[in-house]
Design a protein around this ligand. Structure first.
Ligand code: ZN
Ligand code: ZN
Length: 280
């Protein structure tokens, strides 16, 4: 086991003791550490500045994560002082000047011409968020580690106590390691974890009846947030579809019924099809 895998292995084991997907926990942890060391040690480093400038700052997730890095405000302010000046200088050609008509020159400044790219081209071609590049690299290592060592001592025991991988991380793990026999083990063990979430959410729903006098267990109370994470991954780790390229943003071929206001007559919350029926 190499040193790198060794460290990742024990981070994964620790993450298994936390609620939710262990790889989501590790990726979030890596992102925090990356930003933490950047804000404390590399804020004035010219190479770091260049990378952040090329990306026009951090992505939405990592920008707001800066607020969660303890006493980082000054370091973040230094970075953003530079970025604000940069945005003003990059958009300077778009500024209205006295006696200058906007027209074609303005559009060229925005969209570019034959000889010079416009500011929109520069923005669209911006580099990836450096914290995301780091997170993606570490995510791949954690996914490979979980597949390779799923049957290995502490990780096996830790995984048995965890909530299991989220759906997007299970598929990402399989995609990178389709030939390994441990991949099938990971699927079986993850499905067992998902079945546990299913049992808890099922009994949470069943107890939601006015005749019920039985208290909810802690697992049942947390069941729907565990199910949220199971499908979507931890908050912010995966993007949304609002700004996905239109080639990948396909609407469902199924139509949705218009949402009706709840009425007191009849059981408006009763499912319109038997539970478990596949709609596809
Ligand atoms: Zn995950
Ligand atoms: Zn990012």
């Amino acid at each position: 086991m190499s040193e790198e895998r060794f460290i990742g292995y024990f981070r994964l084991v620790e993450a298994c003791a936390e609620p939710g997907c262990p790889v989501c926990r590790c990726v979030t942890h890596e992102s925090r550490s990356y930003l933490d060391s950047l804000l404390y040690e590399q804020v004035t480093d010219p190479g770091t500045r260049r990378v952040i400038r090329a990306a026009w700052g951090f992505c939405n997730w990592h920008t707001w994560l800066l607020l969660e890095i303890g006493s980082s405000r000054f370091g973040a302010a230094i970075i953003y002082d530079d970025l604000v000046r940069l945005a003003l200088s990059r958009t300077e050609r778009l500024a209205a000047r006295a006696g200058q008509s906007r027209g074609r020159r303005w559009l060229r400044a925005l969209f570019g011409g034959a000889r010079r790219p416009g500011v929109m081209d520069l923005y669209r071609a911006r580099a990836a968020c450096p914290a995301c590049v780091h997170a993606a690299d570490s995510e791949r290592r954690y996914l490979d580690t979980i597949v390779k060592f799923i049957d290995d001592g502490d990780l096996q025991a830790g995984y048995a106590r965890s909530d299991g991988l989220c759906v997007p991380h299970l598929f990402a793990a399989l995609e990178g390691n389709p030939e390994r026999h441990e991949a099938r083990m990971l699927v079986d063990r993850t499905r067992a974890k998902w079945a546990g979430i299913g049992r808890d959410i099922g009994s949470f729903v069943a107890k939601h009846d006015y005749r019920n006098r039985e208290p909810y267990t802690a697992e049942e109370t947390a069941s729907y947030t565990r199910a949220f994470e199971m499908f979507a991954g931890a908050k912010s780790v995966f993007g949304n579809d609002v700004h996905a390229p239109s080639s990948t943003r396909r609407a469902s071929r199924h139509s949705m019924s218009p949402v009706k206001p709840a009425t007191s007559a009849g059981d408006s919350r009763a499912p319109s099809r038997p539970v478990g029926e596949d709609v596809s």
